[in-house]
Design a protein around this ligand. Sequence first.
Ligand SMILES: NC(=O)c1ccc[n+]([C@@H]2O[C@H](COP(=O)([O-])OP(=O)(O)OC[C@H]3O[C@@H](n4cnc5c(N)ncnc54)[C@H](OP(=O)(O)O)[C@@H]3O)[C@@H](O)[C@H]2O)c1
Length: 242
Amino acid sequence: MKIQDSVALVTGANRGIGAGFVTGLLERGARRVYATARDPATLAAAVAADPARVIALELDVTDAAEIAAAAARCRDLTLLVNNGGAAAMSRFLAPSLNGARLEMEVNFWGQLAMIRAFAPVLAAQGGGAILQILSIGAMTVFPQVGTYCASKYAANAMCKGLRAELAPQGTQVMSVFSGAIESDMSKNTPGPKISALTHAHNCLAALEDGQEEFWPDFKSQRVRDAWRKDPEAFERALRDRS
Ligand SMILES: NC(=O)c1ccc[n+]([C@@H]2O[C@H](COP(=O)([O-])OP(=O)(O)OC[C@H]3O[C@@H](n4cnc5c(N)ncnc54)[C@H](OP(=O)(O)O)[C@@H]3O)[C@@H](O)[C@H]2O)c1
């Protein structure tokens, strides 16, 4: 996958990590970026940055009609950045399950619906790539945000399965286990954090490098190394701290 001359679609492109991807893609020479958001009015800054290359589209990943319209509109897509996500940050025994259901609806079902709609488009363009934003919560469970981790675990399983299913059409699937990136969602996450733009550049370089699973920042690399060294001890420590 080469970013130069690619045509990308970014979900949740209006702020945070998604906005970083729009800028990173433009800086790396993408030919066109479909910047999508639930409220397209929030994409004004993204379009203003490069009106010739950025196209704003309305897209809620839980809305089947909007996904179908986007897939019909973006027939030239070569890279899907499946980023937009929800975080209710709740425990499994929280009084209400509404947050947990929303996380699963957006982070698993919504992102799967995007891939199902765009896989034929990518195939028609010769394969292309899917860059899937997961979380370190997709590889180990942080009990305070257990329901969010469950949705990201499910999306991690989805990527592992899709990697096999999409191999025949030559679509690269890269899972990103982000740790601590500057955004609204991470405002209560302790640092050090990297900026959304640095995160985007790290991910896009890894994609070009052919990686399938990627840990893009200090925190994700620290968690990965500690977990791999002794998964049981790592998870016991998380449990004791919760
Ligand atoms: N920041 C971190 O440290 C970190 C770490 C690990 C993983 N992540 C993941 O990174 C992704 C982006 O999060 P962020 O950190 O940039 O947080 P953010 O600033 O809170 O942005 C979340 C984005 O997701 C969009 N979104 C929410 N529900 C959506 C839906 N149904 N359809 C389409 N878009 C939707 C939001 O759109 P609205 O503006 O309309 O709400 C917003 O653009 C998420 O998948 C998150 O789980 C972040």
